[in-house]
Write a protein that binds this ligand. Structure first.
Ligand code: ZN
Length: 442
């Protein structure tokens, strides 16, 4: 169960409380709802209070980022609040691409005699692409928000997926990496990613894989990552003490030598995120992705981004998650379009320049409740509104879009803040789903 975030009368965050307690405070009139998403209450009289240490934990991903608040109680660590942020990186990329195309076509129509410019673009050292930057900004927005509404005393983040440096160089790594329990996890994760989760020899997927030495150890092959690949049991058996080339796959030896490019890009974003998190002035713990998975497997939790967040790093070794706990799904929607005038596919203006975006006190993205008492739209709806200057709004509900609802019927629940919220799937239902698929994969 998600805990309810609590503020005292001066808006100082207190320890998040149980939802039953929050309900009690609300019905007795001792508290008021401060925010709907995440659910936060503000106490009317209380000033200050005690708080247990709470850690904000994050598992940054390219599409979805898991976040979790883990409290350190006397009886152990426990997830008290969790969420999954869906980023809009792809959306940003697509929008920038379409803008570039419109400008390109306009340029070639308007300046036919100008020679094309060449190599005239520079960007600062270490600048990230806007789609990547937005992921970092979104995560930092949520660190900031949750710090304002709950008493966070430390941070913990998954730093890199694969610590490639430590995997390759035995000299700098120490015993834990090359021989410890964790070593296998690091390497295995890396290989799964690198070889696309399929057998390098026959291409079969959805089977338990074995780590195969391209040049067998019996023939002097090393344990380095560049000598390892994934193979299904049959291929591994048939290959025996042959090298990959002798087995009829000379290209694999070449492929193995190339490092995983993706890992570098993912790691670059994480470095940038780490630098920003480090400036927040709270103790910051880091852990690798291999360790996260190791912790999660050891505690028998299913794969979910928010569960991964809770299992990050050394502090993720023993974390209790209630089976009925369901995270808040947070989807980044963007605030508004900066484009003043939308264009058709030829680059011609399609609409007039925009006027204001607030109409009758509502703006697109607000979550509202609607009670229509008469006519064909009779009923009660809760959802996200798209406003029109005419006052006839559309409401997107989980079951579909209802068009043409008059503004008079609408009551605001949550003002637009650039995110869409939904209740996520509980841990226990994720468990049953994963149990079916995990039998097939590993
Ligand atoms: Zn195979």
């Amino acid at each position: 169960m998600q805990r309810v975030l609590v503020l005292d009368k001066n808006k100082t965050p207190l320890m998040p409380c149980h939802s039953a307690r929050a309900r009690q405070l609300l019905t007795r009139g001792k508290a008021a709802v401060y925010r709907r998403y995440p659910f936060t209450i503000i106490l009317k009289e209380r000033d200050g209070g005690d708080a247990q240490p709470v850690t904000f934990k994050v598992d940054p991903g390219s599409k979805t980022t898991g976040i979790a608040l883990v409290a350190d109680f006397k009886r152990g660590k426990r997830v008290i609040w969790a969420g999954e942020i869906t980023h809009r990186g792809q959306q940003i990329r697509d929008k920038l691409l379409s803008r570039r195309q419109v400008r390109h076509s306009r340029r070639s129509r308007k300046t036919r005699y100008r020679p094309p410019r060449f190599l005239n673009r520079h960007c600062a050292e270490g600048k990230l692409a806007p789609s990547l930057q937005s992921r970092i900004e979104t995560i930092l927005t949520w660190v900031g928000r949750l710090r304002r509404w709950s008493s966070i005393s430390s941070l913990s983040m998954e730093f890199v997926r694969f610590d490639t440096q430590l995997m390759q160089n035995a000299e700098i790594s120490g015993v834990e990496y090359q021989q410890g329990e964790l070593a296998g996890y690091q390497v295995r994760e890396y290989l799964l990613e690198k070889w696309g989760r399929e057998c390098a020899y026959c291409g079969v997927d959805n089977t338990p894989f074995e780590i195969d030495h391209i040049i067998p150890k019996s023939r002097g092959g090393s344990n380095r990552v560049s000598n390892l690949t994934l193979a299904c049991h049959e291929c591994n058996q048939r290959k025996g003490s042959q090298t990959a080339a002798e087995f009829g796959h000379p290209n694999i030896q070449q492929q193995a030598k190339q490092p995983l490019k993706d890992a570098a890009a993912v790691n670059a974003t994480r470095w940038a995120l780490w630098r920003r998190m480090d400036t927040l002035g709270l103790p910051l713990e880091v852990g690798t992705g291999g360790r996260t998975k190791f912790n999660r497997r050891k505690q028998n939790y299913p794969k979910a981004h928010w569960v991964d967040a809770a299992c990050v790093g050394e502090s993720g070794e023993q974390v209790y998650i209630k089976p009925s706990h369901a995270p808040l799904q947070i989807k980044a929607m963007g605030n508004q379009s900066r484009q003043m005038c939308s264009v058709d596919k030829y680059g011609f203006p399609r609409t007039r320049a925009k006027h204001g975006r607030v109409h009758f006190g509502f703006q697109t993205g607000d979550i509202i409740s609607v009670i229509v008492t008469k006519g064909t739209k009779y009923g009660m709806y809760v959802g996200r509104v798209s406003v029109r200057a005419s006052g006839s709004f559309n409401i997107t509900t989980p079951t579909g879009t209802v068009q043409g609802i008059g503004y008079r019927y609408c009551t605001p629940i949550h003002k637009s803040d650039g995110y869409l919220y939904e209740k996520g799937e509980a841990l226990s239902s994720a468990t049953t789903r994963v149990a079916v698929s995990s039998r097939q994969i590993q």
